[in-house]
Design a protein around this ligand. Structure first.
Ligand code: ADP
Ligand code: ZN
Ligand code: ZN
Length: 735
């Protein structure tokens, strides 16, 4: 008799602690296995996290685990370590974090996805039997003996062949809970049609040097920043490094901010790399997602391309991680489990001991700071691959200029010239809808959202007022709701209105608009992009969606219509985001033989950010911005955690935060600073008032230490009716 070991199980939900059970009939499967456990009066699916020699209570009062649900652990030790680390770092309940990493269906007690060949295997109870115990039923006994030989299961057709006529014996064993159905991997792993693997260009010297650095690092932890302008051939470097990893039998994980926006990237991976490509993102149907997860976690797919949640996908032979567009804020999960997939990618690489490549044309200031500090190794691709020339960037002062459709005379003239020369024009306006404000010219009424501290945007095509914060929709009033007057006016300009204006200014020119509204229908984005590539579109306008990873080789002129509101936004990251957007958009122009031109319309041409960007490019901007951050003691020179609270009444939200602050004060070491509580910049959303308390600290460990003591206190705080709160470690958005 071995000592009683306690099985410690994580359950989904807002439960911070692990729950203790006796292993019972399940024996001692490895941690990372799902288990079915009694919980209160119900049963729950949990994940076995670890064994302990003892528990804080009398073991005789513990209940046994009902059974193990998986024939093998779903998480390898390194996967478990990563998720436990992430849950602790971001102060999120472990059970919830673990289930975030699994296909949704596995929250239910059902078996892993049925892929492969139908097979039969013993349950844990069955595996504990000996054939002698079934001596009175010889067919069942024979089956049991055969299955004991193959714990992973035996294909049903093999059992039929070997033993013959097993149907009733199987049914009996199933009824006793001795056997269960399972699937066996079909063995032959499908590999890409090698004739489809398209030709690779010869690397230029910088690409070759970057590739060599990554390949030399294989087999050990090393973080790289692959800092290369758009079109410099970063993706080509990823592909070569991945091909090397795959040829050596490893797996590569590639993370991108939004897959739906990058069909081109997916196609390049499919055609250039062998083996099935597992694609994982949230827009997939649950079944597709689970199949891809399975291909990845079983090791069948050598390459996994996914959005942020892919950082948790178990990969038995992980040998390389790539994070493309590492600066993109959508790599940070903004609700629930608020993790940074980029930062976790680095942590994961460290845990498994492999290189991680963070690629971008516009590195996040945090990442550049890590380079300066010597933590990340920088690889530069300073010129465009294939010899294409980078665009020139010009500031266009539009003060006192007669604008038509928001376009200054100079921009209009450049557009005509570009079109006449057979080029395509790209216009960025980062605001969708027709007009951001609907107002009454007689009494000053403004269409505001009744539930938010925000104006409603007019969408003329759909004839509605739409709140972009809570999604509330109202019909467009015919007369003023306040004074009844007829003179309602639309102020400002969104992409819909820009499109209308362009149609008038450029009659006969084919125009396409790309924003969330115009691409809502499935397949529409791909269709629009294809039309652009075939040259069927001459002017392409849209929101920041245009700056995300598409190549527009025919574009020779890019215009940014309205920079100014972004320059003076309240978020301290606004300048960084704006600079990234400009440089990303500029990178779309003039990729082929023709050099491109970028025109930025502004009323603040003297703005230091624009000036440093113009004179010294993104690198110069980043140096200036980092100096400002250091002077202001903002990240990456300090570390932040943001406690948000919301409630039907502002007082309740503030009261909660005041109580939270009172609990924080005695826990604060001198370097931890508390700022607030204050109402949030968007002080009301969807009918709820919002407030926040900021924690700032010069050292990450001190902040972590503080949070580790503070979060339990927060969870134990007396509940204030209607208050919901969340903690965001390393917040990316301060709204
Ligand atoms: P990035 O990912 O940095 O934007 P890509 O890898 O997509 O750059 O390369 C941009 C374009 O240049 C692609 O069409 C790619 O096929 C091509 N390209 C990349 N490397 C080379 C090279 N060494 N020689 C010629 N063309 C290249
Ligand atoms: Zn009015
Ligand atoms: Zn609203």
């Amino acid at each position: 008799m071995t000592e009683t070991r306690i099985a410690r199980v994580a359950l989904p939900g807002p439960l911070d602690e692990l729950f203790d059970y006796l292993p019972g009939v399940m024996g001692h499967p490895e941690p990372g296995t799902r288990v079915l456990v009694p919980f209160g009066r119900s049963r729950r699916v949990g994940i076995l996290v670890e064994y302990a020699a003892e528990c804080g209570c009398d073991p005789s009062r513990l209940k046994p685990v009902e059974r193990a649900l998986d024939p093998r652990p779903l998480f390898a030790p390194a996967d478990l370590t990563l998720i436990r680390w992430a849950a602790r770092y971001y102060r999120h309940p472990l059970g919830d974090a673990l289930f975030t990493a699994l296909p949704a269906r596995l929250r239910e007690p059902g078996p892993l996805l049925a892929s492969g060949v139908a097979a039969i295997r013993l349950t844990a109870a069955g595996a504990a039997l000996t054939p002698a115990e079934l001596a009175r039923a010889p067919r069942q006994q024979a089956l049991l003996a055969r299955l004991l030989d193959s714990p992973e299961g035996v294909a049903q057709h093999n059992l039929d062949e070997e033993l013959g006529g097993i149907t009733s014996a199987l049914r009996a064993l199933r009824a006793k809970g001795v056997v269960e159905s399972c699937r066996l991997a079909s063995g032959a792993v499908a590999s890409a049609d090698s004739s489809a693997v398209s030709a690779a260009p010869e690397l230029n010297p910088e690409q070759a040097a970057a590739l060599a650095a990554v390949s030399e690092a294989l087999g050990g932890f090393r973080p790289f920043l692959l800092d290369g302008i758009t079109g410099s051939g970063k993706t080509e470097v990823y592909i070569r490094a991945i091909a090397e990893v795959v040829a050596a039998g490893g797996q590569a994980l590639v993370m991108v901010p939004e897959i739906g926006l990058t069909p081109q990237l997916r196609e390049r991976f499919r055609t250039r790399l062998p083996g099935p490509l597992a694609v994982l993102h949230s827009a997939l149907a649950a079944g597709e997602r689970e199949r891809a997860w399975h291909q990845a976690s079983s090791g069948e797919a050598p390459v996994v391309l996914g959005t942020r949640s892919a950082v948790f996908v178990p990969l038995p032979r992980l040998a390389l991680i790539v994070v493309d567009e590492e600066h993109d804020p959508s790599l940070k999960q903004q609700e629930g489990f608020r993790y940074s997939a980029r930062d976790l990618a680095v942590r994961r690489a460290q845990l498994v001991g492999c290189p991680v490549v963070l690629g971008t044309a516009t590195p996040a200031l945090e990442t550049l700071h890590n380079v300066t500090a010597g933590r990340y190794h920088r690889l530069s691709l300073p010129r465009r691959a294939g010899g294409a020339r980078p665009p020139t960037i010009n500031l266009l002062d539009i003060r006192n200029q007669p604008l038509r459709a928001g376009l200054s005379p100079v921009l209009r003239e450049r557009m005509h010239a570009a079109l006449a020369a057979g080029g395509q024009v790209l216009l960025l306006l980062n605001r969708r809808g027709y007009a951001p404000v609907l107002t009454c010219h007689s009494c000053g009424w403004v269409g505001v959202c009744p539930d938010c501290d925000a104006r409603m945007t007019l969408h003329l095509g759909e004839r509605r007022l739409w709140c972009h914060h809570c999604g509330r929709i109202e019909s467009v009033p015919h007369d003023c709701p306040q004074c009844g007057g007829p003179d309602l006016r639309m102020l400002g300009r969104g992409t819909e209105r820009l499109e209308e204006g362009l149609t008038e200014l450029f009659p006969g020119v084919r125009i396409a608009r790309i924003d969330r509204d115009s691409t809502r229908r499935k397949g529409e984005l791909t269709r629009l992009l294809a039309a652009v590539h075939r040259g069927e579109v001459q002017i392409l306008l849209g929101t920041q969606m245009l700056a995300k990873g598409h190549d527009f080789p025919g574009v020779t002129l890019a215009g940014v219509i309205d920079l100014d509101h972004a320059l003076y936004a309240s978020d301290f990251r606004a300048p960084e985001r704006t600079a990234q957007l400009i440089v990303q958009v500029a990178g779309r122009a003039g990729r082929a033989e023709r050099a491109g031109e970028v025109v930025l319309q502004t009323r603040h041409p003297e703005h230091p950010l624009l000036q440093s960007l113009l004179r010294e490019g993104y690198g110069g901007f980043a140096r200036a911005a980092l100096a400002e951050r250091e002077a202001a003691q903002l990240p990456p020179f300090t570390y932040l955690a943001l406690l948000r609270a919301e409630a039907p009444e502002q007082e309740a939200a503030l009261a909660f935060l005041a109580a939270a602050r009172a609990h924080a004060e005695p826990l604060c070491s001198p370097e931890v600073e508390l700022l607030g509580p204050v109402p949030a910049p968007l002080s009301r959303r969807a009918g709820r008032h919002r407030a926040q308390l900021l924690v700032q600290c010069a050292q990450r460990p001190a902040l972590q230490h503080f949070l580790a003591h503070w979060t339990p206190a927060l969870r134990a705080l007396r509940r204030i009716k209607g208050v919901r709160w969340s903690l965001d470690v390393d917040p990316q958005e301060m709204v």
